[in-house]
Design a protein. Sequence first.
Length: 186
Amino acid sequence: MLKLKNIILIGVVILTFGIAWKFYKKYKDSDKLKIGSTSLKPKQQITSFNDLVSILKSGLLLEGFIEIRNFSSRDYSIKQLSIDCFSPKTEKLIAEQTNILQNKLILAKKQTTNIPLEYKIDIVNALALFKECGLIPEDANLIDVITHPAQYWSGIDLKKLKVKFKGFIQAEGIHLDINEDYALYE
């Protein structure tokens, strides 16, 4: 009976070390997971002041993707993804990610994976973002911008419109932090 207990104990110890070794190897390779480029564009282009009024009335819709590069020799499955938009200077929350990952995403070994992103910036946050980026004067209110858009349109330089992405991606116990500025119009 004592031999059976020892054999079972040795088997459990070997199994535990095997699992720990696999996790260690995967964790060691996690430094080979990198955040790549981000591509996020407004659904509606702003080409006239009527477009600006439309965006301020209905909100700013953004679609795109974030690139995750897996340079390791192992696959990783994404367990959780949370990336939100903040204003670039004050880091006030502007929009939360609206698309929720339905399927389990696999970061294939030695490949790049594009993860889709969608955001809707509501009217109040869109106006605050435009003000913070210097597109609309700080003293302007929403009613003035909507009723007199031509007055504000002449001073708008869309290249100044930026957001900050903050969040994380969790893949099998490995945590990748995201904190980057992004220009919406280049």
